[in-house]
Design a protein around this ligand. Structure first.
Ligand SMILES: NC(=O)C1=CN([C@@H]2O[C@H](COP(=O)(O)OP(=O)(O)OC[C@H]3O[C@@H](n4cnc5c(N)ncnc54)[C@H](OP(=O)(O)O)[C@@H]3O)[C@@H](O)[C@H]2O)C=CC1
Ligand SMILES: O=C(O)CCC[C@H](O)\C=C/C=C/C=C/C(=O)C/C=C\CCCCCO
Length: 329
């Protein structure tokens, strides 16, 4: 008999999440039925989207939403043999039983040398978000200038590198000098620390005096209000996330975007990566190839221990992660 550990949402977040908002539970798993298999969850993702999605999708007492890479430890399903690795969206839990319908095997050509946890980051949902957001929403073209914020994170770090592969100039910003140094190391043309610059407006102007053709916005709020005024004519803004607003108890005012949008004839489009679920394999194979060729570098912020999941999530919201935040169980 297996006893799984799971983190539940004890109390809906009020402002910034606290460790006391989570509750560690033990769940006894039944024996396997024919056609079922049991997975041991080896690495778990902590994703920023849990913050807004928790309010919409969970009630207090529910297991936290989340995605994991899991290893099959017992199986009565021939499609998932013992030892296989799968990506599952089964929330913050150490073990679970599945009939296989909600599992995705890692791509069959996944190289042994590559950490399987990348299936939660650069070669997973965040990488796909960067890929489709840049190609399909920003519609970047060689020679253009691309701006991305939260640039040292899971999505942003891939955005910048894909834009370089696409022949663009890339400007990124992040919240520490170490993150800025990392952005330069992985090929960003310009990078700055948005927390220490005297004026965001000046920093953006200095990084690209001619303005920006594409803006991949992970942050929203005040940053977006400033950046929108530095877009070039016919610029495209991909609204991917709004981190600066997720923990607000009182909604922020603005931005009032109509004037620059009219005069510069801008396009601003929100998107969810799931729009391209039917092209998932294309995106994963492209990302896998670039990673294997060394054209896309990755970094993971690894927290050890399932008991530290809430801390890893809170740490990511505070900006403690470089690259994708994952928890090893
Ligand atoms: N539309 C879609 O389909 C998807 C959207 N997303 C969104 O993409 C964005 C990036 O996600 P992801 O790459 O996983 O996260 P990250 O790995 O980038 O981690 C979050 C980072 O956000 C930064 N941050 C936190 N608070 C603020 C703030 N107030 N202002 C500016 N930056 C802040 C921190 O970095 P720093 O030190 O730089 O402040 C932190 O490290 C999120 O908004 C997420 O919701 C993600 C997946 C899919
Ligand atoms: O690890 C997981 O479980 C995440 C799975 C997410 C899923 O597979 C795919 C799409 C993720 C989209 C993320 C979107 C954002 O982060 C954008 C943020 C907020 C959306 C607003 C939600 C408001 C609900 O009231």
């Amino acid at each position: 008999m297996v006893i799984a550990k799971a983190w539940a949402l004890k109390k809906h977040f009020d402002g910034f999440p606290k460790t006391s908002d989570f509750d560690l539970k033990k769940i006894e798993l039944p024996n396997l039925k024919d056609g079922g298999e049991q997975n041991f969850h080896t690495v778990s993702s902590v994703c920023l989207c849990y913050r807004p999605y928790s309010r919409r999708d969970l009630k207090e007492g529910d297991i936290m939403i989340g995605t994991q890479v899991a290893r099959v430890v017992e199986s009565k399903n021939p499609a998932f043999t013992v030892g296989a690795f799968v990506v599952a969206r089964r929330g913050w839990r150490t073990h679970f039983i599945s009939d296989g319908k909600d599992l995705q095997l890692l791509p069959s050509n996944w190289p042994e040398s590559l950490p399987k946890s990348l299936a939660l980051g650069t070669v997973g949902m965040p990488g796909l978000t960067a890929y489709f957001g840049l190609l399909e929403v920003c519609k970047m073209k060689p020679g253009e200038t691309v701006l991305v914020n939260a640039a040292a994170g899971a999505v942003g770090s891939v955005v910048g590198q894909l834009a370089k592969i696409g022949g663009c100039k890339v400007v990124g910003c992040a919240g520490s000098d170490d993150k800025v140094a990392y952005l330069k190391k992985i090929g960003f043309d310009e990078a700055f620390n948005y927390k220490t610059v005297k004026s965001l407006d000046e920093a953006l102007r200095k990084a690209s005096p001619d303005g920006y053709d594409c803006f991949f916005d992970n942050v929203g709020g005040e940053f977006a209000s400033v950046a929108i005024n530095q877009m070039r004519k016919y610029g495209r803004i991909a609204v991917c996330g709004a981190i600066s607003q997720y923990n607000d108890s009182v909604p922020q005012n603005g931005p009032y975007v109509q004037i620059p949008m009219i005069f510069k004839e801008l396009q601003m489009e929100g998107f969810l990566v799931t729009r391209w679920n039917n092209r998932r394999e294309e995106g994963l194979q492209a990302l896998l190839k670039w990673v294997m060729e060394g054209k896309v570098k990755y970094h993971e912020q690894v927290t050890e221990g399932f008991e530290n999941m809430p801390m890893a999530f809170i740490g990511m919201l505070k900006g403690e992660n470089l690259g994708k935040a994952v928890v090893k169980v």
